[in-house]
Design a protein around this ligand. Structure first.
Ligand code: ARG
Length: 560
């Protein structure tokens, strides 16, 4: 049982006709000071309703508030403050973790339901951008969190492998490309061709027409164009796989835009049958109330990003029968997804209600969006290599005898990069800073990983063996803030799911690490009469840190 809910239920009994349970739960706060209790509820908004002062209201409610889990209830300055029975709550929380271990925090809300998550989805023949990195780490974490909540997850990498840009690339390759060069360094070379095409097209706009023609050929199945395209795709995918392996990310489907090439006609036909297709200047569009029309077919008959996403959404529903379907894609594509969902709605598909765009902010360089067109980009692979190198230097410095140094260095370097992203609320823009990404101290992944390794080392030193039926008996005041954070883990996981927001979990792990390190500095854990009780607390912290990091997509080494 979650204690916030215990408090919420007790309040609800008295406030049913004034506030809904959900809104009063949202109003419950965690006081900044222990002297103000463990939870508090502000009564200021109730003043209008009752026509009494907040002080009087909080006093009246507090007097009647009761639960066997409350030590005391106080009314202070318009707030109702609840103090939990520390011993009882500590005992229950730690005993629950000893029993459930890494299953602690699991939920069944998603049982029997499938969720598709479209994430990463880089564009072939282009480097893996920082924006795609965001999509990858957020999407991967949401996938893991969804599984923890009981969902069956289908991870989809919707590769950007179709569109006019491939026509342009084919033209550029035929004009200036060299086979050996592309073979040696595919992405760099293809990007160079792409950049050159745009430079030249500024001077010679006909190039753009040639590009469009080449793409039309591709869509019509021209052998030669297809061969080139396939080659670009394979080489790109190989490079992306290197990055996914480093990040520990996998997919259930790599069906990109091209996969839907032969599935769009059906969609266009259905739109026509439902009389949703309107001709506009030779092109075909679907009109949407309150939004710009969605362009389905261009004048030359070629299809668009929107058409392919429509076909893909229908395919996913038909094949996976999803209850929810998420798209982890930058904020700048908000309009596209609004249009997509609206068109599906007009087509009469009820299931579109389960779809959601999970947007995120941009990575900025000196306040501006980073652009691939200009060719000035930071290569992710190089960033990862550098992070791992720094980790290795740190280890050589502090713990040169560590076994598996290079494995641990990988875990730390990658942990730093992933955590750096996930600790921020996803909609915030992030200023790109290599220095920040590679930081190991303060609010970082390696700091949480380090705290986890500390718990492991304590358990080893104390020869701790979990006893599931251990009757925990705490008297440590210092342990209380830890207990409250452990207790908040399950609800944080379900909230992170509801809000599609892994940062809530990242923040909990930081708080737990800080709190635990403080406890470690002030309480003698080993060689004491209370060793087993204290080590079972350490064990509980280890379980939550390890599983929490796992849910962010980060590994937790035992030693570092
Ligand atoms: N490839 C696209 C891009 O890089 C993202 C695709 C997102 N997913 C989707 N179903 N539209 O901008």
């Amino acid at each position: 049982m979650q204690y916030k809910q215990v408090f919420g239920n007790a309040l609800a009994n008295q406030l049913t006709d004034v506030l809904s349970y959900d809104s009063l739960m949202m109003m419950i706060e965690r006081p900044k000071h222990d002297s103000l209790g463990d939870f508090s509820f502000p009564c200021f908004e109730l003043a209008k309703h009752y026509r009494k002062s907040p002080n009087m209201i909080s006093k009246e409610i507090a007097d009647k508030l009761d639960s066997p889990l409350f030590e005391k209830v106080e009314s202070v300055g318009g707030y109702i403050n609840v103090f939990l029975k520390k011993e009882k709550v500590s005992k229950k929380t730690v005993e629950a973790i000893l029993k459930m271990k890494e299953n602690y925090g699991n939920s069944l809300v998603g049982e029997g339901k499938t969720i598709t998550i479209d994430f990463s989805s880089p564009n072939i023949a282009k480097p893996f951008s920082m924006g795609h990195l965001r999509s990858t780490v957020i999407g991967n974490s949401l996938s893991l969190i969804a599984e923890k909540n009981g969902y069956q997850v289908v991870r989809i990498n919707y590769l950007g492998d179709w569109g006019t840009q491939f026509g342009k690339l084919i033209v550029a390759y035929n004009k200036w490309g060299k086979e050996e060069k592309v073979k040696q360094r595919p992405i760099k070379e293809l990007l160079a061709l792409y950049v050159k095409f745009h430079e030249e097209a500024e001077k010679k706009p006909v190039l753009n027409d040639l590009g469009r023609e080449a793409f039309k050929k591709l869509e019509d199945g021209d052998e030669e164009a297809l061969l080139l395209w396939e080659w670009f795709r394979d080489e790109s995918l190989k490079e992306f796989l290197k990055i996914y392996n480093k990040l520990g990310v996998t997919f259930d489907s790599n069906h990109g835009e091209a996969f839907y090439n032969d599935k769009m006609e059906r969609v266009v036909d259905t739109l026509a049958e439902k009389s949703l297709l309107v001709e506009s200047e030779g092109a075909h569009v679907v009109e949407i109330e309150g939004l710009p029309p969605s362009l389905i077919k261009k004048r030359d008959g070629t299809t668009l990003y929107a058409t392919r996403d429509l076909a893909a959404a229908i395919y996913r529903q038909e094949n996976y029968h999803f209850t929810k379907s998420l798209y982890v894609v930058g904020n700048e594509q908000s309009l596209h997804f609004k249009q997509l969902f609206a068109v599906l709605d007009k087509m009469g598909y009820e299931w579109q209600k389960g779809m959601a765009h999970v947007p995120f902010g941009m990575i900025l360089k000196e306040g501006k969006k980073m652009s691939t067109r200009k060719g000035k980009i930071v290569l992710l692979e190089e960033v990862i290599t550098e992070a791992v190198q720094i980790a290795l230097t740190n280890i050589e410095d502090k713990n040169p005898n560590l076994p598996n140094k290079s494995v641990v260095a990988e875990q730390l370097g990658v942990g730093a990069i992933i955590f750096h992203d996930l600790k921020n609320y996803r909609l915030n823009d992030i200023e790109f800073s290599l220095e920040d990404m590679l930081r190991f101290e303060g609010e970082t992944g390696p700091y949480v990983q380090y705290t986890h390794a500390r718990t492991s080392s304590l358990l080893r030193k104390g020869n701790y063996i979990v006893r599931e039926d251990h009757q925990v008996n705490y008297t440590d005041e210092e342990a209380w803030p830890i207990i409250m954070l452990l207790e908040a883990f399950p609800q944080t996981i379900s909230k992170a799911m509801d809000d599609y927001d892994p940062s809530q979990l990242a923040k909990l792990l930081l708080a737990l690490s800080k709190t635990f390190n403080k406890y470690y500095a002030s309480v003698k854990i080993l060689d004491d009469n209370h060793q087993e009780d204290r080590l079972s607390l350490v064990y509980a912290v280890k379980i939550v840190l390890k599983d929490g990091l796992r849910l962010l997509g980060i590994q937790a080494p035992e030693e570092m």
